[in-house]
Design a protein around this ligand. Structure first.
Ligand code: FAQ
Length: 331
């Protein structure tokens, strides 16, 4: 018997939970993780490790898929053909990321249908950031710059996460996200150096997307129930607060370079810590959005459920086609 330290929602150790898993297997597993070896689908792993991975990877996949919606709204309204083609490619990439991630989660023994059902029933989460509306074209710039920027900050370390299929999926995802971040920043750059009205739109988008982007990294470490264990298992390589700090430090000079102001009166460089101090995040807003009370949460879920129902005939046709081909091959 061994014990696993769990943490409650306040991030404090909650209980020592007895496990009936074989201590020798557990010890070998932990030694492999400590040696930075990848754990692969057929390897033995503790059930709690498997559950944590399914939770994180499937939520990550859902975020990519729901994340297509805010930008998808703007494909038909992009200001030029070039912008339209780029946005179309970006949104398509996000769909691809969702599919690699669902495939990575499936290697842990959970089916795509189960994951989709968990999303549609509200059981599974997806990133809070996608519950905010995209009001102007500048929002598309802000999403690429800030949301993809935050996603990369979180995902680059995940290329070294301990579960092999997740780590490998992240390699391609990060390459694509870095192109997405640059296209967003380029939109912001063009608008910030455009007409006064365009600059105003860019600043307004930064004002609305800044704080929700900081929330993407999750609750503060002291209130993060999963971080400590996920760090021990090397699923997470950095804590929520460490990544949030890095994001602020990288992004503030980018805003300054294009003449935009980060909407935080408490933001200032702290020489001693070698990073920026920044204002308090509205955690009540964060938890409300996590609970499904975000400004456009209902629209987002309706769009996904409608797409799933409207696509039923495609899935049925593909299955019928596969069955026919198999029958022909067997004959
Ligand atoms: N939104 O104990 P922790 C993208 C939940 S991809 C909603 O700290 P953990 C690409 C958390 O699940 C963006 N829920 O949890 C793109 C947990 O609840 P649970 C997505 C959140 O897992 C760009 C509870 O709070 N990226 O943007 C959020 O250790 C543009 C307690 O939190 C990933 O998913 C949140 N922001 O750390 C697409 C990256 N934060 O599950 C389209 C992979 C926390 O116990 C356009 N995921 N929660 O019921 C991770 O790195 C981690 O899961 C964290 C959370 C850091 C998100």
């Amino acid at each position: 018997m061994y014990t696993t330290e769990l943490q409650n929602q306040a991030g404090k150790p909650k209980a020592q939970v007895a496990s009936t898993e074989d201590p020798a297997l557990l010890e070998a597993f932990e030694a492999r993780v400590a040696a930075d070896e990848f754990i692969e689908p057929k390897d033995w792993m503790p059930e709690a490790y498997r559950r944590t991975l399914v939770r994180q990877i499937s939520q990550h996949a859902h975020s990519e898929i729901v994340g297509m919606l805010p930008e998808g709204n703007w494909i038909s309204r992009a200001p030029t053909l070039r912008r339209k083609a780029v946005l179309l490619a970006k949104v398509q990439d996000e769909g691809g990321h969702g599919l690699y991630l669902y495939a990575a989660a499936e290697t842990l023994g959970t089916s795509r249908d189960e994951m989709v059902e968990a999303l549609h029933s509200g059981k599974a989460k997806y990133s809070t950031i996608f519950n905010y509306p995209t009001l102007t074209w500048a929002d598309i710039g802000a999403i690429g710059w800030l949301v993809d920027g935050a996603a990369i900050m979180n995902q680059v370390p995940l290329q070294r996460t301990s579960y092999g299929p997740y780590a490998r999926a992240m390699v391609r995802v990060c390459k694509e996200e870095s192109f997405h971040q640059r296209q967003g920043y380029e939109i912001m750059m063009a608008m910030a150096s455009g007409t006064p009205e365009q600059k105003r739109m860019a600043q307004d988008a930064l004002n609305r997307w800044w704080w929700p982007s900081l929330m993407m990294f999750g609750p503060p470490d002291e209130n993060s129930p999963n971080t400590a264990q996920s760090m021990r298992w090397r699923i997470k390589r950095d804590t929520n607060d460490e990544l949030r700090q890095k994001f602020v430090d990288v992004t503030v000079p980018q805003a300054e370079a294009i003449g935009l102001t980060v909407p935080d009166p408490d933001l200032k460089w702290n020489e001693a810590k070698g990073g920026h101090d920044f204002g308090e995040i509205d955690w009540e807003e964060f938890y409300a959005v996590v609970r499904g009370e975000g400004p456009v949460a209902k629209e987002r879920m309706k769009a996904r459920i409608d797409a799933w129902n409207d696509g039923a005939w495609v899935r049925e046709a593909a299955l019928a086609h596969a069955a026919k081909r198999n029958a022909r091959a067997a004959a």
